[in-house]
Structure formats: structure tokens, C-alpha cells
Design a protein around this ligand. Sequence first.
Ligand code: APR
Length: 239
Amino acid sequence: MTQFNGRTVNRIVILTGAGVSAESGLATFRDSDGLWEKHDPMDIATPEAFARDPDLVYRFYNARRNQLKSVSPNVAHRSLARLQAEFPGEVFLVTQNVDDLHERGGSVQVCHMHGELNSVLCKACSSAIRTSKDIDGHSTCPECGGSGKLRPDIVWFGEIPYHMGKIERRLETCDLFIAVGTSGVVYPAAGFVQGALLAGAMTVEVNREVSEVTGSFHQQRQGLATDQVRNLVEELLAD
Ligand code: APR
């Protein structure tokens, strides 16, 4: 039985955001050098923006997909993978991130609620295709052969995140909820801590600075994800 701050912990839910990949060299969204400082999300990350200027959207996500080839997972990614592998109970990892650094850090069954850069959707046959290549308005779907029907497999503003049923079931039964590197601005992810609190779980926030929902957490671990996540995992595996 794992004890953590005087509580028995068997089921852990971990939510990550862009901050967990920042030290790998991937920009976050809302920090001073963040993506949404350089691009208006309403021009890039909505179905309307894609209809209005698909080439701008293709270029944005192609560039982010290509960048994945030049970055590597960091200690925070690897520590979470270690927790998944060694924790005697259950560890459910849900991420808002569309990068592949959790998987490359060794994590399994990563729940990508906002989609993935290395996946594209065909609007003709609804297939989700794994790819690390650029796509554009002429690209051909390898499943149905249709051309010009591919879009980034990213959950845009105004669209419903993936796997919500599974995530809610896990929140309802968790003993410990940990949020890492997320600003708590975007819902439904920012509301997960409330779901965990309703379930009677202990809640811990790991973030470089105060977030929009810091007040909802029993514990704040302020600092870099690489340091704080490594220490937290050490504590959870210490028993
Ligand atoms: N270690 C820990 N926390 C960090 C680090 C770091 N090295 N670097 C940045 N942070 C924190 C920031 O302080 C900020 O609170 O990570 C958070 C990143 O916040 P956002 O940029 O808002 O990213 P995120 O919360 O993941 O965004 C949520 O918004 O734009 C949409 O769909 C997109 O999934 C994304 C969602």
C-alpha cells in the first residue's frame, strides 16, 4: 500500500500540459514566448480558421510536426513513465499535449485528449492516419485514396476533446490527482481537479508559476517540471 501525505494511494490520475515539454524545447501556448503570443489561435486552431485559410493551418501544424524530430523527452517525461511502470497501483496519464514526448519517454497508453501531431484525419473516410510527414490541400488519403480531405488530428477550439468518458470515470475513482505544467485556462481539462476533489482525492499541482486553478489544489509544487516531477515520483515509489 502506498502512503502519500498520510493517505493510501492506489489510483493516480496525471494531467499534463505544455509546461511538461517546455524543457525539451517545445514552446508552450501562453508563456511570454508562447505560440499564442505569435499566432492568433482564432486564425490557427478553429474549424472556421481551417475553412478560411487551410494553407496557414497546414503550415502551422506541419512546422510543429517537423519540430518533433529535433527534440527529445526530458526527465519529467521519463519519470512519469517510470511511475507508470513501477507504481503498484494504477496510473492513468492524460495529456493536453499533441507531441509524442510522453511515448518517447517510455509512457504507455497515453490518453491524448487534444489529439496528436503525428496523426491526421481524412474527412472523406474518417480514418485517422499515423504520419510524421507534411500534409496540404492536395495530400492523398492512404486509406480511401481521396485527395484534399486530410486535416490535422488536433482538437480545435469549439470541438469536443477525445476520451472524455474514460477520463471522467478515472477521475471519479482516483485517490491522487496530479496536474503538471498546465495554466488551468482551458476547459474541460482545467476542471478535472474539481472532479478529483469530488471523488475525495488528494490533489497536487506542479507548475513553474501559479495557475488559474492553483487554489483548487491541496498542494502546490512550484518549480520546473523536470525537478518537481522527478522528486514527486521518487516520493511515490519510496515505500
Ligand atoms: N515546468 C513547469 N511548468 C512550466 C514550465 C516548466 N519548465 N514551463 C512552463 N510552465 C507552465 C507555465 O507556467 C504555464 O502555467 O506551464 C503552463 C503552460 O500553460 P499553457 O501554455 O496555457 O499550456 P496548456 O495549459 O497546456 O494549454 C492548454 O490550450 O491552447 C490550448 O489546446 C491547447 O492543449 C492546449 C491547451
